[in-house]
Design a protein around this ligand. Structure first.
Ligand SMILES: *[C@@H]1O[C@H](CO)[C@@H](O)[C@H](O)[C@H]1NC(C)=O
Ligand SMILES: *[C@@H]1O[C@H](CO)[C@@H](O)[C@H](O)[C@H]1NC(C)=O
Length: 485
């Protein structure tokens, strides 16, 4: 278990032009507050903490991003909508990657929960010692160390409690609405009397995860009390009511919280100038005319489901960009792609109307593009908040975990989307005519236009909140002021 003083694995430096500059703890002036980010090794989580890293580092604070070598590499090569020069300021500290199986997803499973990732999550439980030793080292040289970690890494950062100048904050990768619902429904500290009517209409929690995954998550919660506070990637503009309810509970427990979202890079337009097949194609389409179809990094479809989706899109006669990918494996670098068969002649028939891409797509830029008018999504929080921020309405097709609740937030609370299929029908095949109907309704109907208008207004308000003097910006300033106090 070698740990370099520089915070970098030297082999990475030679191999990768994406490597950050070296930063030696030895050089840290000891008045400095140092930030250590500890992400959970799955794409949606890696990405969020990397963006937060860049944001914190823009305040001139040194930021370390600490994860296994494999996942640090993944975070860097897939960095979306981030400026390479901002990423270069982050000090990636590679922990030795524990060995784990990296099977392919089960395309035909009735449940969409990505249980093939479980071995990599289990392996993450072996990172406690290397993280502790990194923290001991760095905390001996800094005035104060601030650990910002994923909720699902709570077990691994528990040694924070034995280091006097280290404190930890949980970065929540789900919506405040979902946190609120989960706490209410699990009969926790949140009383169900709030929002009782709403909670009655929620999709059930059945089938959202495997027992192993629930156990995994429960084993993290045991260490949650160590934290000093919570950070949420959301905005008062989106979930103010639920944020107030959670803040109430948090302050009863003496924990602070901040709603610093949406954390979007500020110079999206400049980054967007880069060459990309999706963006080039979008440039040639009429305003608000394109449906962007993507199901994130943890969803796989069977051949049959893909065929129905393809036919539904074609029959809708609407323009689309479809990101056709399987779920990630635990180690994305072991991936051999399945060759997905589209219906005979599909790509020729939709030529000019639809674009199928099989590689990594620049999602924030696509959503920000003026030709994009809708998003068919699995409703991961990342995707939803990106869509909300860009003012794009959502065709919600939740697959697992927090997604059914996030879908409910989008369709029933914020009313900026339509549901593709009810959670209760999750084990039924979604056929082409269902897809066709929902796409038409969202992209080409009066009802769709009303929803789009509402989404655009919300997006506008959210974007304003990130500007100087806006609510989110002030929350971020307040977090920085707190940790550098
Ligand atoms: C927060 O939300 C934005 C969308 O507004 C998303 O692009 C980003 O990945 C998230 N960032 C963090 C730090 O969670
Ligand atoms: C497609 O599914 C919907 C909803 O389950 C159902 O009502 C409809 O009859 C199906 N259509 C076809 C053509 O199978």
């Amino acid at each position: 278990m070698t740990q370099t003083q520089s915070g970098e694995d030297p082999t990475e430096v030679q191999n990768s032009s994406l490597s950050s500059s070296m930063y030696s703890c030895e050089n840290l002036p000891n008045h400095v507050v140092t930030i250590v980010m500890v992400p959970f090794p799955a794409q949606g989580h890696l990405n969020q903490l990397l963006q937060l890293s860049c944001l914190i580092s823009s305040y001139g604070l040194p930021v370390y991003y600490v994860c296994s070598a494999t996942h640090n590499r993944q975070a860097r090569i897939r960095a979306n909508a981030l400026n390479p020069s901002d990423i270069a300021k982050i000090h990636f500290h590679d922990l030795p990657t524990p060995e784990f199986d990296s099977p392919s997803p089960d395309f035909n499973a009735l449940s969409k929960f990505p249980s093939h990732l479980q071995p990599s999550w289990d392996a993450s439980m072996l990172l406690r010692e290397p993280i502790a030793s990194f923290l001991r080292d760095i905390s001996s040289k800094a005035k104060r160390v601030i650990v910002v970690h994923d909720l699902l890494m709570s077990y691994n950062v528990q040694d924070v409690s034995s280091l006097p100048n280290v404190e930890s904050y949980v970065f929540n990768c789900i919506s405040v609405f979902t946190s609120f619902c989960l706490q209410s429904l699990s009969g926790g500290r949140m009383s169900i009397q709030h929002e009782e009517e709403l909670l009655k209409k929620l999709p059930s929690l059945e089938g959202i995860a495997t027992d192993e995954a629930r156990d995994f998550s429960a084993s993290q919660r045991r260490y949650m009390d160590i934290r000093s506070g919570d950070i949420y990637n959301t905005s008062k503009v989106i979930e103010g009511k639920f944020l107030d309810l959670l803040t109430q509970v948090a302050s009863d427990q003496n924990k602070k919280n901040w709603a610093i979202g949406p954390v979007l890079p500020t110079k999206l337009d400049r980054i967007s100038n880069r060459e990309n097949i999706c963006l080039d194609w979008l440039n040639k389409q009429p305003p608000r005319s394109v449906l962007y179809v993507s199901f994130g990094t943890t969803t796989s479809f069977s051949d049959r489901e893909i065929k129905e989706l393809a036919m539904g899109l074609e029959q809708s006669k609407q323009r689309f960009i479809w990101v056709l990918r399987d779920a990630d494996r635990g180690d994305i670098f072991t991936e051999e792609a399945r060759k997905v068969e589209l219906p005979e002649g599909f790509e020729e028939r939709v030529n000019g109307v639809g674009l199928v891409v099989r590689e990594w797509a620049p999602q924030p830029e696509i959503l920000a593009h003026s030709s994009t008018g809708g998003f068919m999504s699995h409703c991961g929080w990342n995707s939803c908040i990106e869509s909300i921020t860009m003012g794009v309405p959502i065709a919600a097709w939740p697959m697992h975990s927090d997604q059914p609740m996030t879908g409910f937030l989008v369709t029933d609370v914020l009313k900026i989307g339509l549901i593709v299929r009810e959670w209760e029908k999750r084990e039924e095949l979604v056929n082409a005519s269902t897809i066709e109907n929902v796409v038409r309704k969202l992209m080409a109907s009066e009802e769709g236009n009303v929803i789009r208008k509402r989404a655009e207004e919300l997006g506008e308000a959210v974007r304003q909140s990130t500007e100087k003097g806006g609510a989110s910006r002030m929350e971020m300033d307040s977090f920085i002021a707190h940790i550098t106090r």
